[in-house]
Design a protein around this ligand. Structure first.
Ligand SMILES: Nc1ncnc2c1ncn2[C@@H]1O[C@H](COP(=O)(O)OP(=O)(O)OP(=O)(O)O)[C@@H](O)[C@H]1O
Length: 203
């Protein structure tokens, strides 16, 4: 969960009460984080059945994953955000108006790169790091972007012959790696993080 530093955020309970409106009756950030985490874990396991959300490798798949993962928590699950977002005093993520085109371009690139199939480990990690950063920049949802894109890339990786198990990475490490890629175009931390998570399907 990252904070959003914009003047008016209609996803919040009120401007003076910065907790996301939710379906679980949570009134504090802590209550919401806990409920969100518990419900996410229950839902993500179900996605082991890949047919629950078809692997169409487009906006529909991404939205379907988000909808599935966060359906118990947010009534807008599966919907792209309709506000701009920024982190603290830092950079903006992509303007919300550009999200559909951004996703479409990303998915076209992914298809042109044959969904990252047939690559050696270093090349796979290298390309995945770039895609991770790009999707992070697009940041299509108001909340749950990290978990949705980690789920998505695990599916892409599996189809390309890799198990991408995010467990060895803790949240802060990934946030710092994402920040280094975004702010300094330093992809080493994100590559290192991805490398820790990757093993061949048959291995
Ligand atoms: N300072 C930062 N600069 C750039 N990207 C960041 C920064 N901090 C976090 N991120 C990225 O944003 C993601 C979090 O976005 P969001 O809060 O929407 O997702 P989440 O699924 O709720 O949280 P998390 O990924 O922590 O589980 C992180 O996974 C990371 O990739």
């Amino acid at each position: 969960m990252v904070s959003n530093n914009v003047a008016h955020d209609p996803y919040l309970m009120s401007p003076d009460y910065p907790v996301l409106r939710n379906l679980v009756g949570a009134n504090t950030y802590e209550e919401l984080s806990k409920a969100e985490a518990d419900l996410f874990h229950a839902r993500v396991v179900q996605l082991n059945d890949h047919s629950l959300v078809a692997p169409t490798r487009d906006a529909q798949e991404l939205r379907g994953l988000h909808r599935h993962l966060f359906q118990d928590v947010y009534d807008w699950a599966g919907e792209f955000r309709v506000i701009d977002m920024r982190l603290g005093d830092g950079d903006h993520f992509a303007p919300y108006i550009s999200i559909p085109l951004g996703i479409s371009n990303l998915m076209n690139d992914l298809a042109e790169q044959d969904f990252l199939k047939g690559l050696q480990r270093d090349a796979f990690v290298d390309r995945l790091a770039k895609f991770y950063d790009l999707l992070n920049y697009i940041h299509p949802f108001r909340e749950g972007n990290g978990r949705t894109q980690r789920t998505f890339w695990a599916r892409v990786a599996f189809s390309a012959g890799w198990v991408l198990n995010w467990a060895p990475i803790h949240g802060e490490e990934l946030n710092e790696a994402s920040q280094a890629a975004r702010e300094n175009e330093d992809f080493r931390p994100i590559r290192q993080a991805l490398d820790k998570c990757l093993s061949p399907v048959s291995g």
